[in-house]
Design a protein around this ligand. Structure first.
Ligand SMILES: NC(=O)C1=CN([C@@H]2O[C@H](COP(=O)(O)OP(=O)(O)OC[C@H]3O[C@@H](n4cnc5c(N)ncnc54)[C@H](O)[C@@H]3O)[C@@H](O)[C@H]2O)C=CC1
Ligand SMILES: O=C(CO)COP(=O)(O)O
Length: 265
């Protein structure tokens, strides 16, 4: 049983170094929140691992700030699996502890994309904090973000289940990351500096070797949407990338009224 947990920026090289060295009956699980964007289109990390190594790959996502788990404070997580319930049960058994409750969900794409996309929402929440906008604004940003997460998931995979958004991988991870995560923290500093210090510089200074997932994910999501001509339908995701890349000021995160998405609510 192979557990993959690394910033998604490095998965390409890690998989390449493992090709030909893994048994075909090995089972993998990815805890990685992010995705790959190839010329052919977006590729989930679990799919990428599966294709590169020729093995099945499940996912584990959830409201899981590492520092709190290390202190054995209670939290829960979601195992997303494809067809094999038995394997899912094995992963549940492996990860479950008295302070870590794991629930299996047969929706690998929905679970993984929730974990991936919530990092973009957390960047938006950090901007709002850096601008001292207050709790109502942050709650609105979280709601817009959840709505765009749902629409983006369904755009890529019509099989994604609505119920997955109410598991730990969905709304719970959005909440914990928007209040206590590294993406939020660095985005707050970015906004406080008026966008004058880059994410690259702030990440190096504030995280000391740890890696943000939200900034590259916002770019990857943007590429997918631009390629499909759908940027207008995802104003929050698009604006986050445009702010991160310096095209818009951090204050653009709340200039939302004229950009109201034409999505069903
Ligand atoms: N830290 C957290 O609270 C949580 C993290 N995750 C996810 O887990 C994944 C890993 O995150 P973290 O453990 O926080 O990582 P991190 O941000 O602490 O990054 C450090 C890790 O990356 C490795 N690394 C650095 N440069 C590398 C390179 N060139 N090639 C390969 N590996 C390299 C380091 O050895 C180290 O293990 C991410 O996708 C993250 O979203 C999920 C839930 C919670
Ligand atoms: O994924 C996480 C919590 O579930 C961690 O989020 P950050 O990477 O923003 O710290």
């Amino acid at each position: 049983m192979l557990v993959f947990v690394t910033p998604h920026q490095f998965i390409d090289n890690i998989c390449k170094s493992l090709v030909g060295k893994v048994r075909s009956d090995a089972e993998a699980i990815s805890l990685i929140k992010g995705m790959e964007v190839k010329i052919e289109g977006p590729c989930l990390i679990s799919t990428y691992i599966s294709e590169q190594l020729g093995i099945n790959c499940s996912v584990l996502m959830g409201a899981n700030l590492a520092s709190e788990i290390a202190e054995e404070k209670f939290s829960e997580a979601t195992v997303g699996y494809g067809n094999n319930r038995e394997i899912a049960e094995q992963w549940v058994q492996l990860f479950t502890t008295p302070y870590f409750m794991v629930t299996p969900v047969q929706d690998v794409e929905g679970v993984e994309l929730c974990g991936t996309l919530k990092n973009v929402v957390a960047i938006a929440a950090g901007f709002v904090d850096g601008l001292d906008m207050g709790n109502n604004t942050k709650a609105a940003i979280i709601r817009f973000g959840l709505r765009e997460m749902r629409e983006f998931c369904k755009l890529l995979f019509s099989s994604v289940k609505d119920d997955s958004f109410f598991e730990s991988c969905g709304v719970a991870d959005v909440i914990t990351t928007c209040f206590g995560g590294r993406n939020r923290k660095v985005a707050e500093a970015f906004a406080k500096n008026g966008g004058k210090r880059s994410f690259y510089e702030l990440e190096a200074e504030m995280l000391q070797g740890q890696k943000l997932q939200g900034v590259p994910t916002a770019r990857e999501v943007y590429e997918v949407l631009r390629h499909r001509g759908l940027l207008e339908l995802f104003p929050l995701f698009a604006t986050v990338h445009e702010i991160c890349s310096g095209c818009l000021p951090p204050s653009a995160i709340v200039i939302y009224s004229e950009k109201k998405p034409r999505l069903p609510v």
